[in-house]
Write a protein that binds this ligand. Structure first.
Ligand SMILES: [Zn+2]
Length: 494
């Protein structure tokens, strides 16, 4: 049922079946009428409700019959449909200057209305000129003004900070870029804070003194560190210093294993360039991490980790790629048509390399992936906030489409369908300290996804997208398909 409600002077035109609009009704831009509203935060499900939107904001959420107080210029019939908050992918790489529509269109068409961009700057101090923070800020402004369709870039991230054994700099670059000493760590954080991203991303190779000093300086300046936990610190050690966000299903696996301390010591020694140090072999790392899993050690570590307030973004889809690189059906993912040809080529090389590993290692990668799901379930059970993130644009991680795969994997890890929805809505909103995101209520931003089927019955129903609202702007299925068609055209260019 589609009904147009308009107020003209005191004459009220109402199509049959709609609530009668009062003459004093407040005009609003848009109504989603008679829909089942799912509020992940409270877990409340409100059947037969109407959501009224003006500009970027939700004005009211009311039982459909009581909506007569609002007169909407445009009405979307939500009968038999489900409304959830817009999805947030907390780990995305846009890799500018790649043409924005490639990633952005596919994200929006998949109901993703917000992202945390995870490498939004370059090493300008070392002479880099492309993919620097100004480009990301410019894109963010264009998205917010409506000039470029796509999810809001809710947070930007520095380029990855690595130790000097992993990143070779031109001789003219300042030494603090690859920090070793405490003073270099502090200097680097001051430099990065000035460049203005919301998160400083760390690599696991940062030496201990530099990392501890970085954390201290970041806490002082009110900026945050997250990413790959430095080997020298460990997840709990980093989180106790105030580390904000652990990325990827690796670090918690190490720290849930009796092998963890040995592994971290060897890796840290190698990263620090200690003479005669040897990096653990990949097969040994994978096998011993899983085989020496210790339930009691793990439970105690996770219990303490939960009290630090750190967030966890496991990006299981990236571990799934390693587990399934040789699987022809997996590689034939039709969503790859939205990915640029040269990127697809690089993915193919990565897939081939992984698929060509000895069978023992491929088996170990599969076990590591499955073990990661188990650890996420335990972390969630311990009260660590889990966030949905994909590492979009990494090998086989198609922007947008991959988020729905990650949601399904979070379900396999043991989160209920409601908890899975929270991981892509209310939990990221809390991480971002954005009370206007992640929910459906008066005053919240109108970032919404209209679904044809109930995601609480089957979480895969987050893919049954009928329409998306981003900052109040409605895009129907037809509009979303047009965005995808554009991405496909651009991706096919040589
Ligand atoms: Zn990443």
């Amino acid at each position: 049922m589609r009904c147009l409600k308009r107020v003209a002077m005191l004459v009220v035109v109402v199509a049959a079946g709609c609530a009668t609009i009062r003459p004093d009704a407040t005009p609003v831009d848009l109504a989603i009428d008679n829909v089942t509203v799912i509020e992940p935060g409270s877990g409340r499900v409100l059947p037969e409700h109407s959501v009224y939107i003006s500009g970027e904001r939700i004005v009211a959420v009311l039982p459909a019959r009581r909506g007569a107080a609002y007169a909407a210029a445009h009405v979307v019939d939500g009968t038999g449909k489900f409304l959830i908050p817009g999805l947030i992918d907390m780990h995305v790489h846009l890799f500018l200057p790649e043409p924005a529509p490639l990633g952005m269109n596919a994200l929006l068409a998949n109901g993703v209305t917000g992202i945390r961009e995870m490498s939004s700057d370059c090493w300008a101090a070392a002479g880099a000129k492309k993919g620097c923070v100004a480009e990301y800020r410019a894109l963010q402004t264009k998205v917010r003004s409506g000039e470029v369709p796509g999810p809001d870039l809710l947070a930007l991230t520095s380029t990855m900070v690595m130790g000097p054994t992993r990143l070779k700099l031109p001789p003219t670059a300042p030494a603090f870029i690859t920090p070793v000493t405490a003073e270099q760590g502090r200097e680097l954080v001051r430099h990065l804070a000035e460049r203005g991203t919301e998160l400083i991303k760390t690599h696991d190779s940062i030496p201990a003194p530099a990392f501890a000093a970085m954390m201290g300086e970041a806490n002082k300046l009110g900026t945050a560190l997250g990413g790959h936990v430095p080997f020298a610190a460990g997840a709990l050690g980093a989180a106790k210093l105030g580390y904000r966000s652990i990325e990827h299903a690796r670090d918690l696996l190490y720290d849930c294993s009796r092998y963890g301390p040995d592994f971290r010591r060897e890796e840290a020694a190698f990263a620090a360039g200690t003479p005669n140090s040897v990096r653990p072999q990949s097969l040994e790392r994978l096998q011993r991490t899983v085989a020496q899993f210790d339930q009691i050690l793990c439970a105690e570590m996770l219990r303490q980790l939960a009290s630090t307030g750190v967030y966890y973004t496991p990006t299981h889809v990236t571990r799934e790629m390693e587990a399934r690189a040789g699987d022809a059906a997996y590689r034939a993912d039709p969503a790859r048509r939205y990915v640029a040809r040269d990127r697809n080529k690089r993915w193919e090389a990565d897939l081939q390399e992984t698929a060509a590993l000895p069978s023992a290692e491929r088996g170990a990668l599969r076990a590591f992936f499955e073990h990661g799901l188990r650890i996420t379930g335990l972390a969630h059970g311990a009260g660590i906030p889990i966030m949905a993130g994909t590492d979009a644009n990494d090998t086989m991680i198609v922007p947008g489409f991959s988020l729905h795969l990650e949601l399904e994997l979070l379900g396999r890890a043991g989160l209920s369908n409601l908890e899975v929805l929270r991981a892509a809505t209310v939990v990221p909103a809390r991480y971002l300290r954005r009370s206007d995101l992640g929910g459906i209520a008066a005053g919240k931003r109108a970032d919404l996804v209209l679904l044809r089927a109930d995601p609480l019955a089957d979480v895969r129903n987050t893919r049954a997208i009928e329409a998306v609202l981003a900052r109040g702007r409605l895009r129907t299925r037809q509009d979303l398909d047009a965005l995808l068609a554009e991405a496909e055209r651009i991706a096919a260019r040589p």
